[in-house]
Design a protein around this ligand. Structure first.
Ligand code: HEM
Length: 405
């Protein structure tokens, strides 16, 4: 670690009587703040026409911080249980001061966090920020995406209103279709998805045990796991710095600014902007609460999972009931899983830093995944209206039906 020069140390306001300087000096003697700041001022961040994407990692961190703070406040009133969850949220909304805004901030930030993490992931992908030496940064990021989505999924059930109840069932159905393995000797089937779903539910149906399991995963287990992975991810980014896209590096069309204080100020400005937008959204469109879940009622029409599960939800609907001996749902999940595994394993197959054939293929593959994700999500919403016959090919791609004429 580089030490401060004698002169710099002498230039510290040692004799000032201003209380802030005295406090700073006392803390600095113990925590070596000026040495850390000095070190950080040597780290630089590249600025170029695509550097806007560098803000999304920090924005995802901001959303996580918002979730921690608002989540802790919600937990002071929330009571998990089949007879208590809904009533405690109702009380929070109607009787607790600032209860409505806290819940609205928490729910909106959860959704915006998923969006921000997806933008961050695809921008890191297209900048090829997964290549050596950043493979572990990418893999730890993949775990963070999985954790973000699981946090969203487990949190959604907690209010125990009818949408949460039925949408969670739909989500678990998707998980249940996960590939099975047949044990030929015993003729038993092993469904990892079904097993995971039943472990989560604590049985076959959604019961009191389900709420307790979802609650403990949501606010006891996952936040810590998330914080550890996030710490690891951010330390790696500090070690390796930001990736400069190849073309920009070759043509030297970038400049460098110090990470501290310049980039930190810019990050803070981005956070302020994003937080303002979040607060406005949460105030203008307060997060709703439907009627309490009725376990005997049938699912209301048009029930669907959260928007980030809509693409696999739609893909499952496209599958035939079976293809030879292969079950249709299994086929859908295997297809979605296979495409995702290939995407997340990209540091293992796009290893050459020079842009050869494989490098270009990786970019096309990323474009394909992004477009497929967006299109399937759009189709899924388009097909929700059950009064309208949903004919995606007919309505979106009539030229296919016309034989490309
Ligand atoms: C909540 C989840 C996440 C948080 C809080 C987070 C945080 C960050 C931060 C603060 C940075 C540095 C600034 C930047 O380049 O944006 C970063 C960089 C990076 N992240 Fe994430 N990240 C998350 C999820 C992901 C995901 C899902 C992936 C990919 C699967 C990923 C891959 C990367 C990579 C490869 C870099 C290095 C970028 C570069 O070299 O320019 N991250 N992340």
């Amino acid at each position: 670690m580089s030490k401060l020069s004698e002169e710099e140390i002498k230039s510290k306001p040692q004799t000032s009587s201003k209380w802030t300087d005295v406090l700073y000096n006392e803390l600095d003697d113990r925590l070596k703040i000026s040495e850390i700041a000095e070190l950080a001022s040597h780290k630089t961040v590249p600025i170029h026409k695509h550097s806007i994407w560098y803000y999304f990692g920090g924005i995802s961190m901001l959303f996580f911080a918002v979730q921690m703070v608002t989540g802790m406040l919600l937990l002071m009133h929330y009571e998990p249980g089949i007879t208590t969850s809904y009533a405690s949220i109702q009380k929070l909304l109607n009787k607790v001061e600032f209860g409505q805004i806290m819940r609205s901030l928490h729910s909106w930030a959860a959704n915006l966090m998923v969006a921000s993490v997806l933008i961050h992931m695809f921008s890191a992908y297209f900048m090829k920020a997964y290549q050596k030496p950043r493979e572990l940064t990418w893999f730890s990021g993949a775990v963070l995406l999985f954790l973000t989505i699981t946090l969203g999924f487990t949190g959604y059930l907690l209010p125990w209103d009818d949408i949460a109840y039925f949408a969670t069932q739909v989500g678990l159905k998707i998980a249940e279709a996960t590939p099975w393995i047949e044990n030929k000797a015993t003729e038993h089937w092993f469904w990892p998805g079904k097993l995971a779903s039943e472990l989560l539910k604590g049985g076959v149906n959604l019961t009191n045990l389900t709420i307790q399991r979802f609650a403990s995963i949501h606010y006891v287990i996952l936040p810590w796991v998330f914080a550890v992975f996030m710490g690891f991810h951010v330390i790696l980014v500090q070690l390796h710095g930001n990736t400069i896209p190849k073309k920009i590096k070759e043509t030297k069309q970038y400049r460098e600014i110090p990470f501290f204080p310049n980039f930190i100020y810019e990050d803070l400005f981005a956070w302020l902007l994003v937080f303002t937008v979040l607060a406005l959204i949460a105030l203008i469109w307060p997060w709703g609460l439907g009627p309490e879940a009725d376990l005997l009622a049938s699912a209301p029409p048009g029930i669907h999972p959260e928007w980030y599960f809509m693409a696999p939800f739609e893909l499952l609907k496209w599958m035939p009931p079976s293809l030879g001996p292969i079950n249709g749902e299994f086929l859908g999940i295997a297809l979605f899983g296979g495409v995702s595994v290939l995407l997340f394993a990209v540091p293992l197959w796009d290893t050459k830093t020079s842009s050869g054939k494989i490098g270009r293929m990786a970019t096309y593959y990323g474009v394909f995944c992004l477009i497929a994700l967006i299109l399937f999500t759009i189709f899924a919403y388009y097909c929700l209206d059950e009064n309208k016959a949903c004919r995606v090919t007919h309505d979106f791609f009539p030229w296919i039906i016309r034989g490309f004429k």
